[in-house]
Design a protein around this ligand. Sequence first.
Ligand code: HPA
Ligand code: MG
Length: 225
Amino acid sequence: MAEVVVQADRRSEGILINDDWPGYRLDLFNYPAHYSGDLDYVIIPHGVIMDRTERLARNIMDDLGDHDIVVLCVLKGGYQFCADLVERIKALSRNSNRTIPMRVHFIRLRSYLNDQSTEDLHILGAEDLSFLAGKNVLIVEGIVGTGKTMETLLKHVEAFRPKLIKVAGLLVKRVQHSLACVPDYVGFEIPNRFVVGYALDYNEYFRDLNHICVISESGKKKYKV
Ligand code: HPA
Ligand code: MG
């Protein structure tokens, strides 16, 4: 029994990226030329994201693989992680004797302007989630900062009475105050820096970057609204 508990705890840890981690120099990787000067360093290369996602898919299959899953993809920042995670779950499902029916539903949240979280959180596409009643739900989010967004979303989803709700977050930021909500499956725990790429944006820019990078001060200025 104790072993099971330890394992469950470990799952929500994620790969730790320390505050003093200098990252990888940008010129060691390919990245779109239109972003030259806009980034400080690569914090997580695309290949590492893919490897970690594969493992998260296995953990999710081990926990939820006995029932249908409704995947709730949180747009826009979660779309790439969700697409790759669902692919990996499908591959595992194909290669085992237990194929799981999956539905993927999209909801849209927007709370960031420039690099600041705004108070007003908009949830779109989540008006009627009554089809979640009695289902196993997996919420897939690109990044969890303060956890406030996730907390609001969880309350909203809980009201539709699913059987189980699990949250997968690719990134969790180490912010000063303790998190209101920590995902059940965490890819990486990162320093409190503004990161972009792999669908994470700064005012809609940088979604077309494969690696997760730290934005530079000049990049912030260039795309400020
Ligand atoms: N990057 C992009 N979107 C975000 C971030 C970030 O660091 N934190 C919260 N939303
Ligand atoms: Mg955003």
